[in-house]
Design a protein around this ligand. Sequence first.
Ligand SMILES: CC(C)(COP(=O)(O)OP(=O)(O)OC[C@H]1O[C@@H](n2cnc3c(N)ncnc32)[C@H](O)[C@@H]1OP(=O)(O)O)[C@@H](O)C(=O)NCCC(=O)NCCS
Length: 153
Amino acid sequence: MRDGQVRQAVEGDLAAIAALEARAFPGLSYPYFALRQLFDVHGHHMLVSAGTGGLYGYALLAGDGSGRSWLLSLAVERTHRQRGHGRSLLDAVLSRADDRGLGAVWLSVAPDNHPALRLYEASGFCLVERHSDYLGPSQERLLMVRAAPLRSP
Ligand SMILES: CC(C)(COP(=O)(O)OP(=O)(O)OC[C@H]1O[C@@H](n2cnc3c(N)ncnc32)[C@H](O)[C@@H]1OP(=O)(O)O)[C@@H](O)C(=O)NCCC(=O)NCCS
């Protein structure tokens, strides 16, 4: 059985999450202070995959009930990739969004990030548009959206 369970992040995870961010998104990572504030606002949608070896991955969703939420981050430690942590984190954060009626989930992803693109497409995300300079000069991103599931009346 794979080591690692998805759970809600706690304050004590933030340093490990900041270190993971820096390794996963060099030059574009959320620093500790930003994660601290995101945790205060969106901590109920900040999830980690953690086990005997510590923190393997995390996901962060921001939703305000306006009918649109954003997957702000999803990252798995390089040495623990391709073991299902990314999919488990994404499934868990999407079910939370659905349970809370957060509506469509949006995200941005680099056009050459094939592992992430495959995962998102398999999870029902569709391409909406391509933005050059989306995250700053030469930081092109694809915007993708996953519609909210239909709710029975
Ligand atoms: C994207 C990322 C989170 C995937 O995490 P992971 O734990 O390796 O993913 P999983 O093991 O759960 O794999 C889920 C699916 O992702 C896709 N995938 C994962 N790694 C892949 C690879 N190297 N090549 C192609 N597809 C890949 C596959 O569709 C896979 O499903 P399958 O195993 O049924 O084929 C991870 O690669 C990562 O942290 N990358 C760096 C940070 C990043 O780019 N995050 C996304 C920002 S938009």
